[in-house]
Write a protein of this length. Sequence first.
Length: 268
Amino acid sequence: MSGYPVHSLLIRVLILVLILFCDGSLFAHVEQHRETKGIGIDERLGHFVPLDLTFRDENGKPIVLRELIDRPTIFAPVFLSCPDVCSFLLSNLSATLNRLPGDPGKEFLILAVSFDETEGSLLALEKKNLYLKMIEKPFPEEAWRFLTGDRESILKLMDAVGFYFKREGKSFLHPVALIILAPDGKITRYLYGTEILPFDLRMALLEASEGRIGPTVSKVLRFCFSYDPKGRKYVFNTLKITGIVTLTFAFSFILFLVWRGRRRSKKG
């Protein structure tokens, strides 16, 4: 083995790994899956949402975003009628709020905004009551608002945060994330997936209160989970993880061979 050219071995191993690893799923991840063009998240950290947009609150009252976003804000783009990932996201958010310290309504605000222009205030109020009931501790109603709007306002807001979706029949193909905003509407962090850790959310809100842009916490989730457009859900990308492990092992093994070869050369 010591007489075999190391660089030749490296090339052979890399070619083998790439053949096994580099299929279409290599490029699939949670914020921009390539199977369905134009759907995903293009992070706009440091950009601002347009605070002059008008939506309707859960009582049907027109409200300008500037009237709401004046404190750290958890922005959840959702399809209120979605029986799958949006429901998981909002119910998990309710569970996380049970364990989140702070004074809701004063220290932070939650905005669930529907990206379906056909959904109205009655449905928004129904969903608000549902998810507020899941919070087991006292929680002011004004701290979690459910907004609906017209198509133009929705598209402007979603484009500002880099959230891209596509209607498919009566449902949607869409990514799943919470977007954290500073009191001035600046985008400071993205939290991906339906699982929300209280510590991550607390740190994101703290950064937002100071106007600091935080790193995307769920880089592993973005990379390890792919979107299944047929099932409209996120699935674990086994091939990708296997490829990474294989590639890491191959590099480690080759480095060991190089080290052993140099050591023998010095002894010789």
